[in-house]
Write a protein of this length. Structure first.
Length: 195
């Protein structure tokens, strides 16, 4: 029985599309059952619908500053769709401990850096400024601390002389599109569990 997965997005959904493509394989242990966005205009919603995947919008703006009310509505959508695992894919909301603890061990995130380096935003600019020789992507279980949960998979790319934020980001994104489906496969198959 394939695990039912929801992908949470805020934008174009390029990692979402990588997960959708991977899940088309007969032997893939997860199905992308739902795509949820906190932004009604997110391009990824149309892309998911074009693939025949159910979509939902839980617009955070409706809830004002009440983050928990937003998350309760999000959680209700996930429960209604019998979701087993959640993948954050460019979901630009910090989640409260209430939501994170509710989905503990069942929620994954991809981050464009080799964690624990460069948590948060602007990872490529910060990597170039720091002069690191390697950069990359990490898939991890979501914990209460931002970009800090147990690591599931990582892959590095070299930082090349003359790299710009854009060139480095493009190489890291290629890695993300391979790494996230591999990590979800391992978690859905029960090969990796949070510590």
């Amino acid at each position: 029985m394939k695990k039912r997965v929801a992908v949470l997005i805020s934008g174009r959904g390029s990692n979402m599309m990588a997960l959708i493509e991977a899940a088309k394989a007969q032997d893939y242990p997860a199905e992308i059952a739902l795509v949820v966005s906190n932004r009604p205009e997110a391009l990824g919603l149309a892309r998911a619908r074009a693939e025949g995947i159910a979509t939902a919008v839980v617009d955070h703006m409706v809830f004002g500053k009440d983050r928990q009310a937003f998350e309760r509505a999000l959680d209700a959508e996930l429960q209604k769709n019998r979701i087993a695992l959640v993948c954050l894919a460019g979901f630009m909301r910090l989640l409260t401990p209430w939501f994170v603890n509710r989905w503990s061990g069942r929620m994954l995130n991809i981050h464009p850096a080799l964690l624990p380096q460069f948590k948060g935003l602007d990872t490529h600019r910060r990597a170039l400024a720091a002069g690191v020789k390697e950069h990359g992507a990490t898939v991890h279980f979501v914990s209460v601390e931002m970009d800090d949960g147990p690591i599931i998979a990582q892959q590095a790319v070299p930082v090349l002389p003359g790299d710009t934020e854009a060139s480095l980001a493009a190489r890291v994104l290629e890695v993300e599109h391979r790494l996230y489906p591999q990590a979800l496969r391992m978690v859905a198959a029960g090969q990796i569990r949070p510590a």
